[in-house]
Design a protein around this ligand. Structure first.
Ligand code: ADP
Ligand code: MG
Ligand code: ZN
Length: 468
């Protein structure tokens, strides 16, 4: 097909890539190039979503692609990247001088427009000035695509909702003959539905999503009240995950297996790092209480493989892409399914067998719940804020319920992302040994009852705490 080779040629010519990063990226690009349907792309960070609108945009002659992006910093990065590739791209924003703005506008209004991409925040997009500009561009058939980057910002269910994204829906209705492309890193089923609805994407939308199932990750839950020595238990597990000690030693340090232990508080992080190190496996501590310099040093020591384990609060991990993470342990219950998926998903990026374990205890649940209820209490009567805190509680309850059930651990994620139930093939404790999982849960419940009985009085004290 002439069309097929043209896509590959353009990929090489503009970006210097001889192949697509993934099958999904290729399919999304080819679909967008056809300009028959709106396109939704959900792929993890770093998988090359930008190319899914940049390549089709470049292939639309004498037309420009409008890209909505939530932050000026992101816009700057993308424009710099395109400029390096000699692709004319610019922005219109409040930080520009009048002269700069005029230059961009002149170009847009010229008969032959040089610019291929115009990046803009949704706030700017809402201005009368920009609306008029769009109308002119549209009248002269100069609009190639509208691309909405970080499309989850349109959803109130998302983690960084931006009210101005909601206004984009009106543009979709107004320019109904132009194709829209919406892109985001993994979004839950609810967020995806919201994106379709709020952006008024035309049905049927062509969807390209990385499946959420990670078949090289083994998930299990261990009940804290059923183990004797915390640090020892965890260290034994870490050793098991890191595999053969000889092989470990023979591998160059940076490529050696390693692991992350997430704890909720700074204190716990510190205690954990000391406790695990005493068990004979080196661990460093990382949390927001450290100075920036120290934090970087700790992270780099772990990246270099000086110490195999990093104990950290959830502030650790953004942008960390170490392939050989053999395990991610949650010492406390994660706050919600999205966070759990993201944090545990840092294991096994190289595709090799890796382990994700959650140590579960009712005490942790109680303290987290208490904090969330406090937040909710303070947010009462404050509109959106109240809604968010209430949602946070619901999402937390959902994950605790899950921990006290024997359902395939991978199903938690596939349900959350709206994917079909995957074939787990024994990659979780429940599917691997269902009887044992039932038994563990039963013992957990029995021990919880014993505890409640023993500490009857102190529990009542707690009840008072929660009241107000
Ligand atoms: P995302 O938006 O999904 O987080 P980006 O679009 O920022 O990802 O791309 C991540 C990196 O992948 C960039 O450095 C980009 O140049 C690179 N990339 C994208 N497509 C390809 C490809 N086909 N071949 C090689 N590298 C690619
Ligand atoms: Mg991106
Ligand atoms: Zn399973």
């Amino acid at each position: 097909m002439a069309h097929e080779s043209a896509v590959h040629e353009a990929l090489k010519k503009h970006f210097g890539h001889s192949k697509f990063k993934s099958d999904l990226q290729e399919k999304a690009v080819k679909c967008a190039v056809k300009k028959k349907q709106d396109v939704y792309v959900s792929m993890p960070t770093g998988s090359g979503k930008s190319l899914c609108f940049q390549l089709p945009g470049l292939m639309s002659e004498n037309q420009i692609t409008i890209v909505f992006s939530p932050l000026l910093a992101l816009i700057k990065d993308q424009i710099d990247h395109l400029t390096k590739l000699k692709v004319p791209a610019d922005s219109l924003n409040s930080k520009m001088s009048t002269k700069e703005r005029d230059r961009v506008i002149m170009d847009l209004k010229a008969v032959r427009t040089n610019l291929k991409f115009l990046y803009i925040t949704p706030e700017q997009a809402a201005t009368k000035f920009f609306q008029d500009l769009l109308q002119t561009l549209h009248k002269h058939n100069k609009l190639a695509y509208f691309a909405v980057d970080e499309a989850h910002c349109v959803s109130q269910w998302g983690h960084d909702f931006r009210p101005d994204y909601l206004k984009l829906g009106e543009l979709r209705s107004k320019y109904s003959d132009v194709i829209w492309l919406a892109l985001t890193a993994t979004a839950s089923r609810e967020v995806k539905e919201d994106i379709y609805k709020q952006l008024r994407l035309h049905q049927p939308v062509a969807q390209f999503s990385t499946p959420s199932f990670r078949k090289n990750l083994f998930y299990d839950i261990v009940y804290k009240n059923s183990i004797e020595d915390d640090f020892q238990h965890l260290a034994d597990f870490a050793r098991h995950c890191l595999g053969n000690p000889k092989e470990f030693k023979d591998t160059p340090k940076p490529q050696r297996g390693c692991g992350i232990v997430y704890c909720r508080t700074r204190d716990q992080v510190e205690r954990m790092a000391i406790g695990v190190t005493k068990q004979g496996i080196g661990a460093v501590a990382y949390h927001a209480g450290l100075k920036t310099g120290e934090r970087t040093e700790v992270q780099e020591a772990w990246m270099r493989g000086d110490q195999p384990i990093i104990c950290a609060t959830n502030s650790f991990g953004m942008g960390v892409d170490k392939p050989s993470v053999r395990f991610v342990i949650h010492w406390d219950v994660p706050q919600n399914v999205a966070a759990y998926y993201q944090e545990s998903g840092r294991a096994g990026r190289d595709g090799l067998q890796s382990y994700c374990r959650l140590y579960y205890g009712r005490e942790d649940v109680r303290s987290i719940r208490f904090l969330l209820q406090n937040d909710a209490h303070r947010a009462r009567g404050r509109g959106d804020k109240e809604l968010l805190t209430e949602r946070a509680i619901k999402q937390f309850e959902k994950i605790t319920e899950f921990c006290e059930r024997t359902t395939c651990r991978h199903k938690l994620f596939s349900d959350f992302f709206g994917d079909p139930t995957p074939d787990c093939s024994g990659q979780c404790d429940v599917c691997k040994r269902p009887k044992k999982a039932e038994k563990a849960l039963e013992i957990f419940h029995r021990l919880c009852m014993d505890d409640a009985f023993k500490s009857h009085i102190s529990l009542q004290d707690c009840a008072d705490l929660y009241e107000e």
